[in-house]
Design a protein around this ligand. Structure first.
Ligand SMILES: Nc1nc2c(ncn2[C@@H]2O[C@H](COP(=O)(O)OP(=O)(O)OP(=O)(O)O)[C@@H](O)[C@H]2O)c(=O)[nH]1
Ligand SMILES: [Zn+2]
Length: 354
């Protein structure tokens, strides 16, 4: 009944705009992702315009759409009626905050009680893993459902316990000639996490850095964040310490994916900070799960580390997953004119010790 492969198929189906069905302990939902729907698919999915629209709690709060009763439950997704006038463009406006300031929402919207909240939450999680906006059309049933899955399959497949070491090799890098790269496989989203082991174990807990992927900062040299300089400073600090491990986690955009991060950047161009941009998109402020990093350290035989970070959530996340953080080593980088406000927001709103 619970086939973990179904989660991967469902993520793929959502990206392609195919309907999926999710069953949880409290009911079944048939879903079409709003972002990848088109007119024909929507007409086939919901011929009589009777569908509902599923949004995350954060997006519903931004739009002030949450059902009074359900809004009292933190994190509870929201459902709104698809009124007859609510066409695909109207649904996209509900899902996508890029137009929030330019086009006032039409309304009125009627919030409905959330049926099958477990399946609804699972759907929103799959949308995030697919790199899509967390918003769906929801029907009672539909022809042509591409994947039927249950919430237990998602939980099972999304467990860090499934990660394994896939390959390892020597990799001299500019910061450290004596280095070895280790690649991991097994996550629900097919992400290939990587560890770079620098120097030689010397009996002490290694200096460890959890680095979340940032294509714009790591590769393109973006000045909007501090990722690129942090990455290189971490490698040099490990070389200087004699022994360290860099975990390169494929958690682009704090776990919302590259496209959604760039949407957050577009909102920042409108004046929202990094926290509010994530919330307007309908995501958590930080969607990362550091259990993956703990599993990688365990597979590398390390259960005690010195952690290079300013983020107390990384310390808490590792410790909750059984890794002892014997020391937090601050990892400060000088600000530039483009990232100063971002660093201030991290200090003031997400508890970073800067
Ligand atoms: N969603 C979103 N992600 C961002 C933004 N700016 C940077 N990121 C992502 O944030 C992550 C970088 O965070 P890290 O440097 O690993 O961690 P941190 O939480 O800042 O904590 P430190 O260990 O103190 O650096 C990367 O995945 C970036 O892609 C933003 O404005 N929005
Ligand atoms: Zn970055």
């Amino acid at each position: 009944m619970s086939d973990p492969r179904d989660s991967a198929r469902a993520i793929d189906a959502l990206r392609r705009g195919w309907p999926i069905a999710i069953s949880g302990a409290d009911g079944r939902l048939v879903l079409l992702a709003i972002e990848t729907a088109d007119q024909d698919r929507l007409a086939a999915f919901d011929p009589r315009a009777e569908a509902r629209i599923l949004l995350s709690s954060a997006r519903a709060a931004t739009l002030k759409l949450a059902n009074q009763r359900d809004a009292a439950i933190p994190g509870m997704p929201a459902m709104v009626e698809r009124a007859p006038w609510l066409d695909l463009d109207g649904a996209i406006a509900l899902a996508d905050p890029s137009l929030d300031l330019a086009t006032p929402l039409k309304g009125p919207y009627r919030a409905l009680p959330v049926t099958a909240p477990e399946a609804a939450s699972a759907a929103l999680r799959l949308a995030r893993l697919a790199g899509l906006l967390p918003a769906f059309f929801v029907a009672e049933d539909a022809d042509d459902i591409a994947v039927e899955l249950c919430t237990a399959a998602i939980a099972e497949h999304d467990s860090p316990a499934r990660l394994v070491i896939a390959s390892r090799a020597r990799l001299p890098v500019a910061a450290a000639e004596n280095a070895e790269i280790v690649a991991f496989r097994g996550g629900i989203d097919a992400a290939e996490h990587v560890a770079l082991l620098i120097g030689e174990p010397d009996g002490r807990p290694p200096l460890v850095r959890l680095h979340s992927e940032c294509l714009t900062g790591d590769v393109l040299g973006s000045l909007k964040c501090d990722c690129g300089p942090q990455l290189h400073a971490a490698l040099h600090a490990m070389e200087d310490a004699g022994w360290g491990i860099l975990l390169y986690l494929r958690q682009e955009g704090r776990g919302i994916g590259l496209i959604n991060k760039l949407r957050a950047y577009a909102l920042q161009d409108q004046g929202f900070d990094t926290v509010d941009a994530n919330l307007r998109l309908g995501f958590a402020i930080d969607a990362r799960d550091f259990g993956v990093a703990a599993r990688m350290l365990t597979l590398l035989g390390q259960d005690r580390v010195r952690l290079l970070t300013n983020n107390p959530q990384k310390v808490a996340g590792l410790e909750a997953a059984g890794i002892g953080v014997i020391e937090r080593v601050p990892h400060r980088i000088d600000a530039n004119p483009h990232n100063a406000a971002y660093l201030d927001t991290k200090r003031d709103r997400t508890g970073h010790m800067l």
